[in-house]
Design a protein. Structure first.
Length: 186
């Protein structure tokens, strides 16, 4: 098995920079990348992670639309995916596309992308896949382990199957590795 300890990451839906953050331990171990979350109060908290670039925006496929931040009353979850719930606060926010994010990355290290945006995760992952050939590990919130397979996920896996293989799955996330860069037994 190939050992990869140094990499750059794009953390879409990063939330808090320390508490339950998927890349905080990696950051402490010397890695760095781009953390993205539209929650306005996170901007000040990310100042402690000086090697990371924090973008207080929504990562979206199509920047030609206006996006609204939908927040739960507890301010724990947010999404830019439309909802009929009246219990969400709506805030206007700037956005960035996967293509723009890939262009910001200035590194020859392997790239790891994690997407956890409370809706639209699979569609956004597909856009990252179509945009970059340098992603060695793609982590997507899917809830597949809780609800079983879905057509959107099946379509995604069919499109990426020549380049990536699912190497792990939790009740919430699927992990896909690039076959060429990170050999994994099938």
């Amino acid at each position: 098995m190939c050992q990869i300890s140094e990499y750059t990451y794009i953390d879409v839906g990063s939330n808090h920079p320390v508490r339950s953050n998927d890349f905080y331990r990696s950051y402490l171990n010397g890695n760095h990348g781009i953390s993205i979350d539209p929650l306005p109060e996170l901007n000040a908290l990310y100042k402690s992670r000086k090697k990371d670039l924090f973008l207080n925006v929504a990562c979206v496929i199509d920047k030609s639309h206006d996006y609204m931040l939908l927040r739960s009353p507890e301010h724990r979850l947010s999404s830019v995916v439309k909802t009929d719930s009246e219990h969400f606060t709506r805030l206007s926010l700037p956005s960035i596309s996967p293509k723009d994010l890939i262009q910001i990355i200035d590194s020859n290290l392997p790239l790891v992308v994690k997407i956890d945006i409370e809706g639209g995760d699979i569609d956004l992952a597909l856009e990252f896949f179509r945009t970059s050939t340098s992603i060695i590990l793609l982590i997507i919130e899917t809830f597949e382990g809780l609800v079983g397979s879905c057509p959107t996920l099946d379509n995604f896996e069919n499109e990426i199957q020549n380049k990536y293989i699912k190497c792990a799955m939790t009740p919430h996330n699927n992990f896909y590795i690039q076959k060429e860069k990170w050999p994994f037994p099938t």
